[in-house]
Write a protein that binds this ligand. Structure first.
Ligand code: C2E
Ligand code: SIN
Ligand code: FE
Length: 751
């Protein structure tokens, strides 16, 4: 039932553990269905999470963008103001004031004080000395080293520098600068105004962005003007080559984007066109790592997923064990019952309660079927028993020899009774009380060679066979597997498919002389009826053997009487009778060599001794004359076939009819030159033609009152020489064919 499909394997220490699962099992299929359901739920959950994530992202981007705009818008006003500063300053004529004077400071302070986004405002001499500053300065200050200052000197327009911490304001600022020139283009001084980036920072902090968020300003060429926070120290560096910047410029510094930043982290950005300077546009951007935006949604999804997994696992466990109790176990019970039924165990029942569902119905159906099988099998067995009985009767009637009878009985029991093996043993009265097989039929496969069965009261005598002999009663073994008495034979029997057996004593007047043992490949195969039948059969065997003995004795006696009478009749003395016996055995041998039926051979054997019965009517002086007969004497001799035929006239049986023909025709010759009638060829009865060869061969090879014996070779040559004239060539051929048998008979029966 379990497949060898390897579905998964797990590592157990260093060993691979293969787990074999039958993918066709009901439970696995139910679980697969469940898994499918959960897969649908899971994909819905994933879709939901994805949807939520996108929403969250879109929402965040929207907020980010408006925030960026808001910041940019606020600062932009200041930038526009700064762009007008040179004009305002020239109006106040500040450059003509005395450097460091209160006057100068006052003018600048006035210009700055209305704009909260201004960092500072300074006037600087062409060599970098600060003339005056909106924020008060102490002592001298030189900014010649500043990037914005150098950039302003080499430009005619307002330039924007990179974010710095102002030396005067001490604040994080974005400096703007413009070189003021006279008519001939000589620099008179530099105006520096800075945008307070601390304000951006505050806004950013107010926005409660996560720690990985960034805000910054970048110019149109890709130079980082400001960045907060700036762990990579990017301010002043050009990053025009990173995807962030290309995306920003392709969107003209507005909108939102999802792109990787300087640290290759995927971020979502909002851009805002901050301001335009002489150098080109300045952009403001805010960036958040995508992870931090989707973190909430992701967390919720993970939690949901964990719940789902737990729920799935729980459902699977319930389905697995519940399925075992509610489905797999009942089905196994029903299947087991059906299996036992198919193996012939008709007592098998499910034993289940018939619940009101499909399984209950199935169990009831199997149990009903078992009931029906019992009655059907009873009928089949009866039918089978009848066949065994009829066949055994035939065997008992037709058996010729004891061996044949026993073998045929075993065969008939196995073939008609449907058993696996049957044997008949003789219970020897030796020291070990052995039981030796006389006949066996069926699948035996040397079982009896090694079985060492005895009828002694020892372990090897506790099997049904030994018990049947010892007790004189039938014995049944219902189950080889479980009957402890059968332990010595269990393994060997099971290997040959014997599942149960029974033994029946073969009784003489005083004790069991033998035993019949039958093996079935089914459990509990022997019902009371069957045991009764086989026990009757065992009785019939003893009876059959007895009657066979009687029949054979009768036949032997008859033959012996005939031979003795014929011998006395011919020789008038008490000869050993060897001639008559040899002759009849030669006839039987030739008959077999000619493939005559056993019945005809038997007739030859019994009838041929009477061939010379007519010699009773021949006077002694002729018959026993020690010399050659004269023609008149021979004429008298030639009457003996007719006299014999008279004696055997009006035959009342096959035997006498054959004896009559043999007596009358055994001196006829194949070419018609014989006597008494001179008939030829196949007009002479076959039996007489056979007797003619046997009679002459024996006459030639033995001593007669009138002749000395020929050698065997001479006699054999003579028979061959007379083939076709005196003898039927077919009979001579058959005689030649069985020469070995002829010689054996001759040697075994000397005069
Ligand atoms: P049997 O002695 O039983 O011989 C049977 C047949 O064997 C004879 O039939 C004959 O065909 C053959 N046979 C026996 N001896 C010889 C032999 O020496 N040479 C040859 N070629 N064939 C032999 P058959 O001749 O018709 O004789 C019938 C019966 O007559 C004999 O039975 C025997 O009882 C008697 N018989 C025949 N010839 C003589 C004889 O010369 N003297 C005596 N006393 N009896 C004879
Ligand atoms: C930058 O500051 O270089 C832009 C984006 C970032 O912070 O990754
Ligand atoms: Fe004769």
């Amino acid at each position: 039932m379990w497949q060898t499909d390897v579905l998964w394997r797990t590592v157990d220490g260093t060993k691979w553990v293969y787990v074999k699962i039958n993918i066709h099992s009901l439970r696995i299929q139910v679980l697969a269905l469940l898994a499918l359901t959960y897969l649908i739920v899971l994909s819905m959950a994933i879709y939901n999470a994805y949807d939520r994530r996108s929403h969250e992202l879109a929402e965040t981007l929207q907020v980010l963008e408006s925030h960026a705009h808001q910041i940019a818008e606020a600062e932009n006003q200041t930038v526009r103001y700064i762009q007008h500063l040179p004009l305002l300053i020239s109006e106040t004529n500040a450059f003509n004031r005395r450097p460091g004077s209160e006057d100068c400071h006052g003018v600048l302070e006035n210009l700055v004080k209305n704009d909260t986004h201004m960092g500072n405002l300074m006037l600087v001499t062409p060599n970098g000395n600060v003339v005056c500053s909106a924020n008060p300065i102490r002592g001298k200050l030189n900014v010649a080293d500043r990037q914005y200052f150098k950039k302003a000197l080499s430009s005619n327009e307002l330039i924007v520098g990179e974010a710095i911490t102002g030396r005067v304001s001490k604040r994080w600022v974005l400096p703007f600068a413009l070189a003021v020139r006279d008519k001939s283009g000589h620099v008179q001084g530099v105006i520096e105004a800075s945008l307070d980036l601390g304000w951006i920072e505050n806004e950013f902090v107010r926005g409660k962005y996560p720690p990985d968020a960034r805000i910054g300003l970048i110019d149109g060429k890709g130079t980082v003007l400001a960045r907060y926070p700036d762990p990579e120290n990017l301010i002043g560096r050009n990053i025009s080559n990173i995807p962030f910047f290309t995306t920003l410029t392709s969107q003209r510094g507005t909108g939102t984007a999802e792109v990787s930043g300087y640290d290759n982290v995927q971020r979502v950005f909002a851009f805002s066109h901050f301001s335009d300077t002489a150098d080109g546009p300045i952009y403001l951007w805010i960036g958040l790592s995508k992870k931090s935006v989707t973190a909430a949604a992701d967390n919720q999804f993970t939690r949901g997923l964990l719940w789902l997994v737990a729920l799935t696992a729980g459902t699977f466990v319930v389905a697995w064990f519940g399925g075992k109790r509610l489905v797999v176990h009942p089905i196994n019970v029903i299947a087991g019952t059906a299996n036992r039924l198919s193996e012939g165990d008709y007592q098998a029942r499910t034993g289940m309660r018939y619940t009101k569902n499909e399984l209950g119905d199935l169990a009831r159906a199997v149990d009903d079927m078992a009931g029906a099988l019992v009655s059907k099998s009873a009928l089949l067995r009866l039918n089978r028993s009848l066949r065994v009985l009829i066949a055994c009767n035939r065997v008992l009637v037709h058996a010729q020899t004891e061996t044949q009878l026993l073998n045929d009985i075993c065969r008939v029991i196995v073939e008609n009774g449907g058993y696996r093996m049957a044997w008949i043993g003789i219970a020897n009265d030796d020291e070990e009380r052995t039981i030796k097989p006389l006949a066996v039929y069926g699948f035996e496969d040397h079982y009896l060679d090694n079985a060492k069965i005895s009828w002694a009261d020892t372990p090897s005598g506790q099997g049904v066979t030994g018990l049947a002999v010892r007790t004189g009663e039938a014995q049944v073994n219902f189950d080889f597997q479980n009957d402890p008495r059968l332990l010595p034979w269990r393994e060997s029997a099971m290997r040959r498919g014997y599942r149960s057996s029974s033994a029946f004593p073969l009784m003489s007047a005083t004790r069991a002389w033998g035993v019949l043992t039958v093996y079935s490949d089914k459990l509990d195969a022997f019902t009371d009826k069957e045991v009764e039948l086989l026990a009757d059969l065992a009785e019939d065997i003893t009876f059959g053997i007895a009657s066979l003995k009687t029949k054979n004795e009768l036949a032997d006696t008859r033959l012996d009487i005939i031979r003795r009478l014929m011998n006395a009749g011919e020789y008038r003395d008490s000869d050993t009778g060897s001639h008559i016996k040899r002759m009849s055995l030669y006839c039987e041998a030739i008959g077999r060599s000619m493939d005559l039926s056993p019945a005809q051979c038997e007739l030859l054997l019994v009838a041929s001794p009477m061939h010379d019965v007519g010699k009773i009517g021949i006077p002694d002086h002729i018959l026993l004359k020690p010399g050659k007969l004269d023609p008149q004497e021979f004429e008298i001799i030639k009457r003996h076939p007719t006299i014999g035929a008279d004696i055997l006239s009006n035959p009342t049986s096959d035997l006498l009819r054959t004896a009559h023909d043999i007596a009358l025709y055994h001196h006829e010759k194949w070419d018609g030159s014989g006597y008494p009638k001179g008939i030829s060829g196949t007009d002479i009865p076959l039996m007489a033609r056979i007797v003619a060869v046997a009679d002459v061969y024996d006459a030639l090879t033995t001593t007669r009152p009138y002749k000395r014996p020929w050698t065997e070779e001479q006699a054999h040559e003579e028979i061959i020489r007379l083939s076709g004239s005196h003898f039927d060539p077919d009979v001579v051929n058959a005689f030649i064919g069985c020469r070995a048998e002829i010689l054996r008979i001759k040697a075994a029966n000397p005069d």
